[in-house]
Design a binder for this molecule. Structure first.
Ligand code: ZN
Length: 423
């Protein structure tokens, strides 16, 4: 039986997955983590009787521009309208932000006459430090509940999805910015080209754009596969980032390698046609590192899936072993990435009894998919578990200091990534 010609055409059209940046067809799998629930949807007790929607967590790499990416499965509005992540909750992250503001103020001579804009400004966690110095700011944040928290702390915030439309409106009002900031947002942008074009429009002729995002080189080297989840559509190397910036009339002139989020890049860019700026040797250094890791060839992407599977086996061996020995295991933290780790590894309440989190929003709720309950951190002191699995492993030093009292009953910490480590 032959398929009608019209249907064949439809099948061919749906089979093509265009790259989010260069539109080439995506043919190469980077890693396939199976089906997974949306990681920022924490079921409340009344929602436990409801089902959850699972989406494929299949990551591709574009063999034309090397952008590592997920297909977009969920409408952006569903993911971000009640985004429960309040950035202000981590002490080390706030220190990082305060330091950034001080550095930018000095390096680019920002003052009361300047204008600083941040896209995905969350609860004003970062802009508050510019406000404190009397520098005019504007946050742009799509999640209304989070934006309200920012406004309450004195950070003016526009509740919109950022893109060329918003940028053009602000530019038409003469509100282009001396400093445009995008921290941990680039990965979450479904229409990457519209977003970066918007940044270019929002940037004053001689202004500076800084973007922070997890570095793909570290994700691969340090096996950070749990940072892959549905809300993160793209994963960037500097090689690919420079191509994207150039396409939109922006020039990368400096880059810093940061420890945050398991290894991030802070990229500095300006208008290609703007004030001439010397290119820092750090740009070439990171490009060389990526080239050595073969991120400019398909070979650099081929072994990731193997090491991810190995971690799953090791994590399960530890958890099953502890359960068989009658030991109790609790989690610490309920970050988005815990959904990928626990779900991909097939871990439920039978292996990790509960987890705890400082966020009042998450307490009393459950992790997506695994339905592991989330309590206040006091629960660890009350129940004295033998092991505490640190789910936000990027904050492990801070958490181990906060929880050093578990040593009092012989408790030990488990860090699952990059390799399962008991300490
Ligand atoms: Zn591409």
């Amino acid at each position: 039986m032959t398929t009608p010609a019209v249907l064949q055409k439809d099948v061919a059209q749906t089979a093509i997955r265009p790259c989010r940046f260069c539109r080439a067809s995506l043919e190469r799998t980077f890693v396939d983590l199976g089906m997974s629930p949306l990681c920022e949807t924490y079921p409340s007790p009344t929602e436990l009787s409801h089902g959850e929607v699972y989406y494929p967590l299949h990551v591709y790499v574009c063999d034309k521009c090397w952008l590592v990416q997920l297909e977009e499965y969920e409408s952006v509005e569903n993911i971000f309208s009640e985004y429960p992540y309040f950035a202000s909750y981590s002490d080390s992250w706030l220190r990082h932000c305060e330091k950034y503001c001080a550095e930018m103020r000095v390096r680019f001579g920002l003052g009361e006459q300047s204008f600083v804009a941040e896209v995905a400004s969350n609860d004003g966690y970062l802009l508050q430090y510019f406000v404190r110095e009397g520098i005019p700011v504007l946050g742009i944040e799509p999640a209304a509940n989070v934006a309200l928290a920012a406004t309450e702390k004195g950070v003016p915030t526009l509740v919109r999805f950022f893109g060329t439309q918003v940028a053009k409106e602000l530019a038409a009002e003469g509100r282009t910015a001396d400093l445009v900031i995008g921290n941990n947002v680039l990965a979450q942008v479904p229409d990457l080209n519209d977003f970066v074009e918007g940044l270019q429009i929002l940037l004053k002729h001689d202004g500076v754009l800084t973007l922070e995002f997890p570095h793909l080189l570290r994700l691969i080297e340090l096996n950070e596969f749990d940072t892959i989840y549905h809300e993160h559509f793209s994963y960037f190397s500097l090689i690919t980032t420079i191509k994207i910036m150039e396409t939109h009339g922006l020039r990368v002139f400096d880059v810093e390698e940061l420890k945050s989020h398991g290894g991030s890049l802070r990229v500095f860019a300006c208008h290609a046609e703007g004030q001439p700026r010397a290119i820092s040797p750090r740009v070439q250094k990171v490009m060389n590192d990526e080239s050595e890791a073969r991120l400019d060839r398909i070979e650099g992407y081929q072994n990731f899936a193997v090491q991810v599977k190995q971690t799953k086996f090791e994590f399960l061996e530890f958890l099953v072993g502890a359960a068989k020995r009658g030991k109790t295991v609790a989690g610490y933290g309920a970050p988005g990435k815990s959904a990928t780790l626990l779900h991909y590894c097939g871990v439920g309440k039978d292996l990790i009894e509960y987890t705890v989190d400082r966020s009042l929003y998450k307490q009393g709720r459950h992790l997506p998919g695994s339905r592991i309950p989330i309590y206040s951190p006091d629960h660890i002191r009350e129940t004295k578990p033998d092991y505490v699995v640190i789910l936000p492993w990027n904050l492990k030093d801070e958490i181990m200091t906060q929880l050093k009292f578990i040593r009092g009953w012989g408790g030990r910490f488990v860090v699952p990534i990059p390799r399962v480590t008991i300490c």
